[in-house]
Design a protein around this ligand. Structure first.
Ligand code: FAD
Ligand code: NAP
Length: 323
């Protein structure tokens, strides 16, 4: 027989957003259940050095940070479920969700922290050199390329912002775009074109990320002209793929309002979604910042928003009973 779990607060996702929500909810006595999903600990478990999460003077490791967050959440009373949600019914409260083994979850409030994944070009060399010069996050990894030549691939807001950001660390940044015009906002384009440290290569696609001898990591890119087919090379030690992200929201399409890029829409300044009692936090609702600290921050907000939502509801029920 499949199990059924009932809870005041169900949290989907065990990255920084989900676990921060769990810590706050558990400390508020709500005994939250966290469904961890296929990537327990979230995106940070796929990286090594983290140097920008506050509180640590020395470099810490992403997987270690997430183990500590989980241990803290469990210590204060959150329950972890090794499961992935495959079905949701948000049409009525309590909400009903089903895990991939058939386990049922009945929840008074739902916090969605299912994150987002960077899109990749899909090259074998890109996968092989990921973490060794190839990255999808300049804010996270740019610091490791101080004084080195770097390239950004893409032509949207993310690519332009990443190129501009990288000039804090490198005086030789190349933006590589497959067409002859950018889709980034005009103001960002202007900043990009004005910047002396950035050059743009138009109509170029990356054919291969080239690794050096032994553990040297990335040393260059093989490029192909998208109009002529002509090939060329570019020496770089950092290659930042910035061609967009996929928020993990397939499950919620038709149940919650999503924006044009499929991110969950929230009321600005809060984590309230279009369905009362459902809250969203972290990368699944944030296409601008996408950092562990911002995910943790909005995770805290989601737990507080959910707690207040339930408290107001309890107050109304008590007030009606007293009439
Ligand atoms: P995620 O970390 O993406 O977690 C999503 C969670 O949702 C996962 O646990 C997943 O299993 C779960 N999930 C998904 N679908 C379901 C489902 N159907 N049911 C249940 N659970 C589900 N940020 C920094 O601040 N500093 C850094 O140095 C840094 N380095 C990075 C390096 C790399 C290689 C990457 C990829 C990212 C890095 N980031 C860094 C970004 C940071 O990891 C993310 O911003 C952050 O993890 C987002 O947290 P989140 O909790 O919103 O989502
Ligand atoms: P995006 O707007 O979808 O742009 C993706 C870019 O990558 C496009 O230029 C696209 O080229 C290119 N691309 C896609 N697949 C590619 C491939 N296989 N090979 C080579 N190039 C490829 O994504 P984004 O820049 O991440 O932005 C996503 C959303 O977030 C947008 O709505 C954006 O406005 C928003 N955002 C906002 C901010 C901000 O407000 N500051 C910051 C970041 C993002 P083509 O142009 O040829 O299609």
């Amino acid at each position: 027989m499949t199990a059924t779990h009932s809870t005041r607060m169900l949290i989907l996702g065990s990255g920084p957003a989900g676990l921060s929500a769990a810590i706050y909810a558990a400390r508020a006595g709500m005994a939250p259940i966290v469904v961890q999903g296929i990537q327990p600990g979230g995106q940070l478990t796929t990286t090594t050095d983290v140097e920008n999460y506050p509180g640590f003077r020395h470099v810490i490791q992403g997987p270690w940070l997430m183990e500590e967050m989980q241990a803290q959440a469990e210590h204060v009373g959150a329950q972890m479920m090794w499961d992935t949600i495959v079905e949701v019914d948000l049409s009525d409260r309590p909400f009903r969700l089903i895990g991939d083994g058939g386990t049922k979850y009945i929840a008074d409030t739902l916090v969605i922290a299912t994150g987002a994944q960077a899109k990749w070009l899909g090259l074998e060399s890109e996968t092989r050199l990921r973490g060794q010069g190839v990255s999808a996050c300049a804010t996270c990894d740019g610091f490791f390329f101080r004084g080195k030549k770097v390239a950004v691939i893409g032509g949207g807001n993310t690519a332009v912002e990443e190129a501009l950001y990288l000039t804090n660390h490198s005086h030789d940044v190349t933006l590589i775009h497959r067409r002859d015009s950018l889709r980034a906002e005009k103001i960002l384009q202007e900043r990009l074109f004005k910047h002396r440290g950035i050059k743009v290569l138009w109509n170029k696609a990356v054919d291969e990320f080239v690794g050096g001898e032994g553990n040297q990591g990335l040393v260059g890119l093989k490029l192909k002209d998208t109009r002529t087919g002509e090939t060329s090379t570019l020496d770089v030690e950092g290659g930042f793929v910035a061609i967009g992200h996929h928020p993990a929201t397939e499950l919620f399409a038709g149940h919650l309002e999503l924006d044009e890029d499929h991110y969950i829409k929230v009321t600005p300044g809060t984590t309230h979604t279009s369905v009362p009692g459902v809250f969203a936090c972290g990368d699944v609702m944030d296409k601008v910042y996408r950092q562990a600290i911002t995910a943790a921050g909005t995770g805290c907000m989601a737990a507080l928003d959910a707690e207040r939502f339930l408290a107001e509801e309890d107050f109304e029920v008590e007030a009606q009973a007293a009439e």
